[in-house]
Design a protein around this ligand. Structure first.
Ligand SMILES: [Zn+2]
Length: 276
């Protein structure tokens, strides 16, 4: 079992898992200057901003559904309808999956849902999202592989692992043209975003055995102690013990993804022992 095999989540899992990716238009600022080098370490003051970065495209896919949903600022209904639809989708998700999701897509979208963006007239009025868990595949790479995986971008990982991914080269001017009305650029950028969603699901399936802290998956009527937390298949006892500083725990291994879990509750070990 290795990184080049993909392992699907048990179809009986009831959590709603949403794979998500966004594209944005960048910000524009006006700067006063005497000399070109003046701007080398210049901080962007909000008084000089004529446009803040904002999300313009969101593509998302339910893990167990084949279709990728496409949402854009230029859809019928404009930015208000766009954000409302994405918000409604995220409000129904138990787990969000994405590459660099925790430091990019999620905070960006939360900003888009609740704050006006300089340079766009829309003023959002959406309620706070209900709580959700996230799986950030970039964080998985960082924590589990560190410098053992020198290239951690979605593109680099997909090429390396043979995961089908986008082929288009990202052109930063394309979003400017799309926002201004270019149909060709709108379609190409949304296709690019959709490709990233599919690639992210591929990476998520590939990395699953290494996602130690995956949010718990639940299956109706199943003994939760023997369900693998990352793929929902049955985990069975192994002869190995997980050895912590003082206590040791029974260890289980998933029969599907071969990821390990440990049982933290063991009645025969309830006495409290600490090193002194
Ligand atoms: Zn598993």
């Amino acid at each position: 079992m290795g990184l080049t095999e993909k392992l699907a989540i048990n179809p009986k899992v009831r959590n709603r898992i949403l794979i998500l990716d966004v594209e944005r238009v960048n910000g524009i600022t006006l700067q006063h200057w005497w000399d070109r080098k003046d701007l080398q370490k210049r901080y962007i003051h909000h008084e000089t901003v004529i446009r803040e970065p904002r999300t313009t495209i969101v593509c998302a896919k339910w893990y167990d559904q084949p279709d990728v949903m496409r949402f854009t600022e230029w859809d019928k209904g404009g930015r208000g309808q766009f954000l409302k639809r994405v918000h409604g989708l995220m409000a129904r998700a138990d787990i969000l999956v994405g590459h660099n999701l925790d430091n990019a897509d999620v905070p960006w979208l939360v900003g888009d849902f609740h704050l006006p963006r300089e340079g766009h007239k829309h003023r959002p009025s959406l309620p706070p999202l209900p709580p959700f868990k996230t799986v950030d595949t970039l964080k998985v790479m960082r924590s589990q592989f560190k410098s053992g995986a020198p290239f951690k971008s979605l593109d680099a990982l997909c090429k390396l692992l043979g995961i089908p991914a986008k082929t288009d080269v990202y052109d930063p001017e394309a979003m400017e043209r799309a926002v201004a009305g270019s149909v060709e650029d709108r379609v190409r950028l949304t296709d690019y975003c959709e490709g990233d969603v599919i690639a992210t699901q591929g990476l998520y399936d590939t990395l699953r055995p290494y996602i130690k802290n995956h949010p718990a998956l639940f299956i109706d009527g199943k003994n939760k102690l023997t369900v693998c937390n990352r793929c929902g298949h049955e985990a069975e006892p192994t002869p190995r013990k997980y050895v912590a500083n003082v206590l040791s725990y029974s260890m289980l291994r998933c029969t599907n993804c071969q990821g390990y879990t440990r049982l933290s509750i063991e009645p025969e070990r309830m006495s409290i022992v600490r090193g002194v």
